[in-house]
Design a protein around this ligand. Structure first.
Ligand code: ADP
Ligand code: PLP
Ligand code: ZN
Length: 297
């Protein structure tokens, strides 16, 4: 492991606003990574707005880009990062890409945010759940589901810390040695649960971080969180708890700034989904001030 790397990031692009690659590329670059984005879609804005327009990349078009890189011997990557994927055929092509990159670099780290939905609602086709479960999770090095996604992948209902820890254990058995459930809502507080299985088959090291829930809805936070977890866990490969503290600390400072800016402009922050103030938070990305500490179990 080294403190930097070359990341292939296959995610959404929006012309305006910060989700997908727009919220992942800049922070990873600030943390010192070379980032090569492939835009799985190019939309005018994120799908939380009343309307959006744009293009969707298909599996063949993804193959074309990979073939172009391959023809020039440009397929050496240390990391692959994937987020929202809209179709089974595109997801299948991503699996082929991962296998190809692993044949070139057996130490390739695959960081997967299994974006499927939130708050009880699925926003990808139902068939995708099965593909994630059976084919994608087994290839992942690190998985960063939210509560709903962890439930979909394990079949568990997660209503407590214990449930969250058990879900992580089930996911380890399926493949990834690092699992971070980025938020579980229990009685108005947010709980992050992290789990690192250092030796296959053995008990994972687990921790939690309690997060004060900000009364507003943000888009792009999950994508940013996963990018930061990739960035920091590569720098601290044996301290997932430290990586998570750093990532959460950046998120909290950035969300506070976002809220303050909206309020100052006279907006009601609870009325719609807020665009994060990513660029303005560059200092908090590079040098997070850790206020929220991880508690080991
Ligand atoms: P996703 O967008 O994938 O559902 P989460 O909701 O788990 O992801 O958000 C990722 C991270 O963003 C959380 O770990 C937390 O640090 C931060 N976050 C998101 N929404 C809030 C909020 N309302 N208040 C405080 N932190 C939040
Ligand atoms: N990608 C696109 C195109 C989106 O519209 C969204 C949310 O609206 C996301 C990704 C995911 O955002 P989040 O990080 O909040 O899960
Ligand atoms: Zn998400």
């Amino acid at each position: 492991p080294s403190d930097t790397g070359r990341v292939l990031s296959i995610q959404s692009h929006t012309v305006q606003g910060y989700v997908g690659n727009k919220s992942a590329v800049f922070p990873l670059q600030l943390l010192g990574y070379d980032v090569d984005p492939i835009n799985s879609v190019q939309f005018s804005n994120h799908t939380g707005y009343p309307t959006f327009k744009g293009q969707v990349l298909n599996g063949q078009q993804l193959c074309d880009l990979i073939e172009g890189l391959e023809a020039n011997d440009l397929l050496f990557y240390t990391h692959v990062l994937t987020g929202y994927i809209g179709s089974v055929s595109f997801l299948d092509t991503i699996l082929e890409v991962i296998n190809k990159l692993r044949s070139i670099n057996p130490n390739l780290t695959y960081v997967c945010d299994p974006v499927m939905g939130d708050e009880g609602k699925l926003y990808v086709p139902e068939e995708l759940v099965h593909v994630y479960r059976e084919k994608v999770v087994p290839l992942a090095s690190m998985l960063t589901p939210n509560q709903f996604e962890a439930e979909k992948l394990t079949g568990l209902r997660i209503n407590s810390e214990e449930d969250g820890r058990e879900a992580c254990a089930i996911l380890h058995a399926a493949g990834p040695s690092k699992v971070v459930i980025t938020s579980i809502t229990i009685g108005g507080i947010l709980l992050l649960i992290g789990s690192h299985q250092k030796v296959k088959g053995q008990k994972p090291e687990q921790f939690k971080i309690l997060i004060h829930k900000i009364p507003a809805y943000f888009t792009g936070t999950g994508d940013l969180m996963t990018a930061l977890l990739l960035g920091w866990s590569n720098k601290y490969p044996d301290n997932l708890d430290k990586a998570a503290e750093l990532a959460v600390s950046t998120l909290q400072a950035l969300l506070r700034r976002t809220l303050d800016d909206y309020k100052r402009a006279g907006y009601d922050p609870t009325s719609s989904s807020l665009e994060i103030r990513l660029i303005q938070s560059h200092d908090e990305i590079r040098n997070p001030n850790v206020e929220l500490k991880a508690e080991k179990y």
